[in-house]
Write a protein that binds this ligand. Structure first.
Ligand code: NIG
Ligand code: FE
Length: 424
């Protein structure tokens, strides 16, 4: 299949973009791509590839921008129920951490999730995946974490594996048993930490090897935060996970600076995420490491807070910056990477080119898949978007509506732009 006549083909070629290299789009004017068997086999100008592949079945991109599919490297995709009532409470002046301390927040979703069957969980998560996909996300990370007890956490993993199988979007799964202190351990956070370390993680390893033997091990993540896991407890969780060969992630500095980002860098975690209250020392540690700094601008927006990830400082420190939605029922009920980009431009002062790179090649690196996705290069998986714009700077500039026209996932073409049809 030859997809030709884009206005601009954004290749994002050349690997993850560290520090000031962020925003290298690798634009080919009037670019084209040849795809066979799920993979990209040629990239060039429309003239070049039409000459080289005269008999290839063709799709006309119609003078639109083509780019790699978005990679969303931080979502809490699977839960039951919703928290619209808490949104109303927050808008009436209550604080997120106070709602959590009062047994609401994450814990209220945990209650709804524990009582939901696997069928219910799958049925409630499926439309979120389809919204993500139709907004251009071709691969998403997905965390457990609304179970906080072995049986429910395993049910979430099972549901995520089934959803990964059935949907066109690829999922990268993360175990977040350390998302909050389980209600049974309300007054004994160390007791729950010990439960995660001594029981859940070893069981996870066994379960994964029996149930998903062909997949690499999932990430293990921890919410390092006041009211959740302190720095020492976060270290205990991640140390044990590392000992068991799990790749690592961390939630750090969403509300308070506890030092989680430096811990992530020290342990070689794939990413440290949120990073709103991150200290200068933590920023320097990230800049010297291969740990991707994942900013989640939909979260301060969702919480109506004024502070965002200090992207400029991270870039100056030579960090690898990525963007994600943080899709979850509490702080960021949103599936669109386009919206994350629009916010990152305005509140983190990224240019559209920087935000696009952070949402593709760098976010692929945050889930350690930059060797197969995140850019349009020969040999990579054919995950691409045709957008209904002619210039890449429209991405970020425009917001609140969907710019995706077609999603190409593993070489299959899905039309998204339904337009408006009046029946005869
Ligand atoms: O990334 N910080 C922890 N986890 C989510 C919030 C989860 C929730 O409120 O349900 C986050 O913001
Ligand atoms: Fe999160």
């Amino acid at each position: 299949m030859l997809i030709h006549s884009s206005s601009q083909l954004l290749t994002l070629a050349g690997g993850p973009q560290r520090g000031r290299t962020l925003g290298t789009l690798g634009v080919i004017e009037k670019g084209a791509v040849v795809v066979r068997d799920e993979k990209i086999i040629a990239v060039g100008t429309t003239d070049e590839l039409k000459n080289a592949y005269p008999d290839e079945p063709a799709i006309d991109a119609g003078g639109c921008v083509m780019m790699p599919g978005f990679v969303d490297p931080h979502t809490h995709l699977i839960w039951a129920g919703d928290r619209a009532n808490e949104f109303e409470m927050k808008m009436s002046g209550m604080e997120y951490l106070d709602i959590l301390a009062a047994g609401g927040g994450i814990i209220s979703t945990v209650k709804a999730t524990r009582t939901a069957s696997i069928e219910t969980l799958i049925a409630q998560t499926r439309p979120r995946i389809l919204r993500m996909f139709s907004h251009g996300t071709t691969t998403a990370e997905a965390k457990t974490g609304y179970g906080l007890q072995t049986a429910t956490e395993l049910r979430l993993l099972k549901a995520l594996l089934a959803l990964d199988d059935e949907s066109p979007l690829d999922l990268s799964i993360t175990f977040l048993g350390a998302h909050a202190i389980a209600p049974e351990f309300k007054d004994n956070p160390q007791g729950y930490t010990d439960e995660v370390v001594n029981t859940m993680l070893p069981m996870l390893k066994e379960w994964w090897q029996a149930n998903a033997p062909r997949l690499p091990l999932p990430f293990v993540d921890v919410f390092c935060e006041t009211g959740a896991f302190n720095l020492e407890q976060s270290r205990q969780v991640l140390n044990k996970a590392k000992e068991l060969d799990f790749p690592l992630k961390i939630h750090a500095d969403e509300f308070d600076n506890l030092g989680g980002a430096s811990l992530a860098a020290e342990l070689g975690a794939a990413s440290a995420d949120h990073l709103v209250r991150t200290s200068d020392a933590d920023i320097l540690a990230l800049g010297k490491s291969d740990t991707v700094a994942v900013a989640l601008p939909c979260t301060p927006f969702g919480l109506a807070e004024k502070d965002y990830t200090p992207a400029k400082k991270l870039i100056e420190a030579n960090a690898i910056l990525a963007l994600a939605t943080d899709c979850n029922p509490g702080t960021s009920c949103n599936e669109s990477m386009q919206f994350a980009i629009a916010l990152a431009c305005r509140y983190m002062k990224l240019t559209p080119a920087q935000a696009i790179a952070a949402a593709t090649i760098n976010s692929a690196h945050a889930i350690r898949r930059a060797d197969t996705i995140g850019s349009i290069e020969v040999g990579k998986q054919a995950d691409m978007l045709i957008l209904s714009v002619t210039d890449y700077r429209q991405i970020g500039y425009r917001y609140g509506t969907n710019l995706v026209k077609q999603v190409i996932k593993r070489g299959m073409v899905y039309s998204v732009d339904i337009g408006y049809y009046r029946s005869a």
